[in-house]
Design a protein around this ligand. Structure first.
Ligand code: PLP
Length: 426
């Protein structure tokens, strides 16, 4: 602890405008988009986080759906350590064995719409938004090659979140995220989510790409309907349009399946993955179909750090655990358990609420208008004081995205804390 106190005074000396109040730093030397006050964490173990004063928190957020295998994993740490000693970086002018092995492993997974898509390569990047940029570029390139100029439209949907860089932001629907940065990239339309007839009207062969999350993680935990999935599949095939499934949040076991697309009936041409891919290290992947890989030439796209040997070695280890069929079956069962806990609690407190989502990406929305965004914000900060980290999704949905390794007692404990707080705020 002495060490930590030294560290804190060092921070105080460097950042004259910052101050600690308990484990909270005020005015941190971090841009203000993250807020004026941040809780400072020191370590994690299993599904628990510890702040710099040693207080523990049950984590129902997983660092926004990233830490699927929980904290303090010796197996992942050892893999990273061994690989760091051996080789850290070579650039994408060369390949490494962990990168090749991981690409092979991802391509061997049971991929939705496999007979249609014919995935043959994996592009590695560093973040979800970078994966989305890559997917959009590939789709536009394919459209130009197969249909010629003037076929560059991109369709996205209300409630979508695809990232913060200019291309990904252009297909993200939230006005508050978009408007300060306009003009965004041209030829993008945002259509209502799950509205097959609006899609039918908008589609023609000028559309290069349609991008959709099988389960919207940030926009309110909304699932693609069966009818919408069928319409998306049909229209994208009819107009030779690339259907991009953004599985950055919903993929790799979070919904109890390697790919959430398969559960919803989506048959994508391109799939993006990121968040939990490398056990908390930054890594993203784009599954590339043969028809796109065939036209890619050196210079079309690249990234310095993407798919380095350390992140891919850790990802290989994580992938094997997360996509093990018995592990995913447990995620589905624990998801059902969480659903039933929430249902019981709603009944106990006579609350009218909707429980949404798949596997261990769930949302709880209370129906009455007074349980709005502001109310959710209050619940989230009060649960934190009670030792539970929980997230929001959309305006008024409480989001549950715990480490997939969580046990039933921990799920019950978290739900107990949450409803104790909800009860105080009814
Ligand atoms: N796509 C989806 C579905 C996401 O949920 C997110 C982040 O929450 C992103 C893309 C962007 O990922 P990143 O924050 O790693 O850039």
């Amino acid at each position: 602890m002495n060490n930590d106190i030294d560290k804190l005074s060092a921070v105080n000396e460097i950042c004259h405008s910052s101050q600690f109040e308990g484990a909270v730093i005020k005015n941190p030397p971090i841009p203000k988009q993250y807020g004026d006050e941040l809780l400072v964490f020191d370590k994690g173990e299993g599904c628990w986080l510890f702040d710099i004063e040693g207080r523990k928190y049950l984590d129902f957020g997983s660092g926004i759906s990233v830490n699927s295998l929980g904290y303090g994993r010796e197996d992942l740490a050892e893999t990273a350590f061994r690989q760091m000693k051996k080789l850290v970086h070579v650039s994408n002018l060369f390949a490494t064995l962990p990168q090749i092995e991981l690409a092979d492993r991802i391509l061997s997974a049971p991929i939705p719409g496999n007979s249609h898509a014919d995935f043959c390569a994996v592009h590695f990047g560093n973040s979800g938004t970078e994966a989305v940029e890559t997917a959009l570029k590939y789709a536009r390139l394919y459209s130009l090659a197969s249909k010629g100029k003037g076929h560059s439209r991109i369709i996205a949907f209300s409630g979508s979140f695809h990232g913060r860089t200019m291309g990904a932001l252009s297909v993200t629907s939230t006005p508050a995220y978009r408007e300060p940065f306009e003009p965004l990239i041209p030829d993008v339309e945002i259509l209502p989510f799950n509205d097959s007839s609006a899609l039918e009207k908008a589609m023609d062969n000028t559309v290069a790409a349609v991008i959709v999350e099988p389960l919207q993680g940030e926009g309110g935990i909304n699932l693609v309907s069966g009818d919408f999935a069928k319409t998306l599949n049909r229209l994208c095939r009819q107009y030779n349009t690339m259907l991009i499934a953004d599985e950055v949040q919903s993929g790799i076991g979070r919904c109890g399946s390697v790919f959430a697309s398969g559960i919803t009936g989506l048959e994508p041409d391109i799939i993006t993955l990121a968040k939990p891919l490398a056990g908390g290290l930054p890594l993203s992947a784009v599954l590339v179909p043969e028809k796109i890989n065939r036209i890619l030439k050196p210079g079309h796209h690249a990234t310095t750090f993407g798919g380095g040997p350390v992140t891919t070695a850790v990802a290989l280890k994580s992938w094997d655990i997360l996509t093990d069929p018995s592990f995913m079956a447990e995620v589905r069962k624990k998801g059902e358990f969480l659903h039933s806990l929430l249902r019981i609690k709603l009944k106990e407190y006579s609350l009218d609420g909707e429980i949404k989502g798949l596997g261990l990406l769930k949302g709880l929305k209370l129906k009455e208008d007074k349980y709005n965004g502001e109310w959710c914000g209050k619940i989230i900060s009060q649960t934190r004081e009670e030792g539970l980290i929980i997230l929001k999704s959309g305006k008024n949905v409480l989001r549950f995205a715990p480490p997939l390794t969580i046990d039933r007692d921990e799920l019950a404990k978290g739900v107990e804390i949450l409803f104790k707080v909800i009860n105080k705020n009814l």
